[in-house]
Design a binder for this molecule. Structure first.
Ligand code: IPE
Ligand code: IPE
Ligand code: MG
Length: 251
């Protein structure tokens, strides 16, 4: 399904339905580690366990796409040692998780600027995408080297290359975003207590329901994930309409 903008109510899941696309800003690994006298890298390793829980949880709830923010375009500014440790962790994690993801029918897709990543990581990313390309249970999108402004700009550049002189229309423009073919984000979760988007899926989250959790990412439990779904299901998604119109539209 291609997303439309402005997002039409027709494109959205009906009221009371599981979100089609959940996105998570997995924040708080560093603070989790700091509180225990551990290194930030140890926090990221612990965060991977929460990532596993989240993938399993949302795949079992019928979510079609789960997009996880793992490394932002701004995270390049972190100390080189932390960046290197993260890249090592990504390589190890892809290798370790691939068999189970494949077995569960999960398709892996990476979005972001990967040209500057170490070669072994780029290679694992490409291999994992190819190995799971036919899987249909859920698409797990991992945002690595990703920034929302980068995404919109790279789409605009490719649009201009393909259709110079054509005014972009929102529907066709979305095919140039890195998330082409995925539904718009229905629910955007951020853990770690901060309430900001940090340059994540700017276009794709235009009408997402925002859910903020105080829990640091490694501490996020299945119960808390379940709570986000309950919160989401209680929200009335209006897409610019009146509450009455939205109610009638969802009936
Ligand atoms: C999020 O946790 C993971 C990445 C950005 C890679 P942080 O590393 O930002 O953790 P805090 O916010 O410092 O606690
Ligand atoms: C956002 O977290 C990026 C990821 C979770 C990968 P940050 O910790 O980098 O965000 P800011 O810097 O607090 O906004
Ligand atoms: Mg952070």
């Amino acid at each position: 399904m291609s997303a439309s903008a402005p997002q039409s109510a027709d494109a959205a899941p009906a009221a009371g339905r599981a979100p089609a696309h959940v996105a998570i800003i997995m924040d708080g690994n560093g603070r989790w580690a700091h509180a225990r006298g551990l290194s930030r890298s140890e926090g990221h390793r612990e965060g991977l366990k929460a990532t596993r829980r989240a993938v399993e949880f949302f795949a079992n709830r019928g979510v079609r796409a789960l997009t996880l923010f793992a490394f932002s375009s701004e995270n390049w500014q972190r100390p080189q040692s932390e960046v290197d440790a993260l890249f090592d962790l990504f390589v190890t994690a892809i290798e370790a998780e691939l068999p189970e993801l494949s077995e569960k029918g999960i398709r892996l897709r990476f979005i972001g600027e990967r040209a500057d990543f170490p070669q072994p990581l780029q290679q694992r990313m490409a291999e994992a995408e190819a190995a799971t390309a036919e899987n249909e249970v859920m698409t797990l999108v991992v945002a690595l080297g990703y920034g929302g402004r980068w995404d919109i700009l790279q789409a605009a550049q490719r649009w201009l290359r393909d259709s110079p002189g054509d005014a972009p229309d929102p529907e066709r423009f979305e095919d140039y975003l890195s998330t082409a073919g995925l539904p718009p984000v229905d629910m955007l979760i951020r853990t770690g207590g901060e309430q900001r988007i940090s340059n994540f899926l700017l276009w794709q989250s235009a009408y997402a329901e925002l859910v903020f959790l105080d829990a640091l990412w490694p501490d996020v439990t299945e119960q808390e994930l379940s709570g986000t779904l309950e919160t989401y299901l209680k929200r009335q998604r209006r897409f610019g309409r009146t509450p009455h119109q939205a109610e009638a539209g969802n009936a």
